[in-house]
Write a protein that binds this ligand. Structure first.
Ligand SMILES: *[C@@H]1O[C@H](CO)[C@@H](O)[C@H](O)[C@H]1NC(C)=O
Ligand SMILES: *[C@@H]1O[C@H](CO)[C@@H](O)[C@H](O)[C@H]1NC(C)=O
Ligand SMILES: *[C@@H]1O[C@H](CO)[C@@H](O)[C@H](O)[C@H]1NC(C)=O
Length: 293
């Protein structure tokens, strides 16, 4: 109720001031994680709108990520009429929990489940199109994007993530919530495609339905999440989709100079940015194209 009231107030203010605003809403949340849900509904929203879930990095929040001039999703929303949901991390330091069993498993009660509840609420309350739910994020938000793809594949159509690690790569052997994992961040966590595929599949045992197509960006000069993580992510998702490790096509200097696009069939695309550090800046056009927006 509180959320509805806050939203109603924001919408009234928005129509008076002719400007939509990022608004915190309460949502039905059966997870233990109390991640906050913020939403941006543009003034000219399309019917049955697509929704993009934009997941922030560490030391950020829904509000500061929304205001960050390098994060272009509000502009895209204004231009194209889709809505954006901005989850805000409940953890100290505001990284996402991509290390505990609660988050690395469907309905395990962790941050991933809280975000899945936000998706359901966006569909239910804002009439978002359930077949057009997209997820993006940078750094910790990119790690969480991979985790969302593994834990809630039935809810998501496509993912475009910037500078993350494979789903499960940050696992904490002692079950720590929101724990840092030096082996993974340093690029020492390497496994076969089959092993990484199993890590993702085991986050939703028995699931055989559709899965989101994955666009994975990483910089060759990443000093925070080592560049080796790029290949581990590619191994993971090519295995999940049952496609070869060798690209079906490679395009040099695309979508930007010194970036290389590697396609692995229609469901996995890697974009490796030579000379770019942490984190690769979001390219709205390229991510929107991947989402079909
Ligand atoms: C939480 O809610 C979701 C969506 O309604 C439901 O699918 C899931 O089973 C619930 N999980 C638990 C642990 O209650
Ligand atoms: C770090 O992650 C790897 C998998 O990427 C795992 O094998 C290892 O146990 C984790 N380290 C700690 C300290 O939890
Ligand atoms: C973003 O990607 C598009 C192709 O999807 C490309 O045309 C554009 O130049 C890229 N943007 C920047 C800032 O490089």
């Amino acid at each position: 109720m509180l959320g509805t009231t806050v939203l109603a107030t924001a919408l009234t203010a928005a129509s008076l001031a002719a400007g939509a605003a990022l608004t915190r809403v309460s949502y039905p949340n059966n997870a233990t994680s109390k991640a906050e849900m913020w939403i941006y509904v543009p003034d000219k929203v399309v019917d049955n709108p697509p929704v993009v879930i934009v997941i922030h990095s560490c030391q950020s929040t829904a509000q500061s990520y929304f205001r960050n001039s390098k994060i272009p999703w509000a502009k895209g929303s204004d231009k194209k009429g889709y809505i954006t949901v901005w989850p805000s991390s409940p953890n100290s330091g505001t990284c996402w929990d991509v290390s505990s069993k609660a988050s690395l498993r469907t309905n395990g009660g962790g941050d991933s489940q809280a975000i899945s509840n936000m998706i359901l609420y966006a569909i239910d309350h804002y009439k978002a199109n359930p077949a057009r739910v997209y997820v993006t994020g940078g750094s910790s938000g990119a790690m969480m994007s991979n985790v969302m793809a593994a834990t809630y594949p039935q809810l998501i159509s496509a993912v475009s993530l910037y500078s993350g690690v494979a789903a499960g790569c940050f696992v904490s052997s002692s079950g720590g919530v929101d724990a840092w994992n030096n082996s993974c961040s340093g690029g020492q966590s390497k496994a076969t495609p089959e092993a990484w595929g199993n890590v993702a599949r085991n986050m939703f045992p028995g699931y055989t339905g559709l899965r989101p197509k994955m666009q994975i960006w990483h910089g060759s000069a990443d000093g925070t999440l080592a560049p080796a993580n790029y290949q581990e992510e590619i191994k993971q998702w090519t295995n999940v989709f049952g496609v070869d490790q060798t690209p079906t096509s490679t395009v040099a200097n695309f979508p930007e100079r010194n970036y290389r696009t590697d396609n692995y069939g229609d469901h996995v695309q890697g974009i490796y940015a030579t000379g770019v550090g942490h984190s690769v800046p979001a390219n709205l056009t390229a991510s929107e194209e991947w989402f079909g927006l």
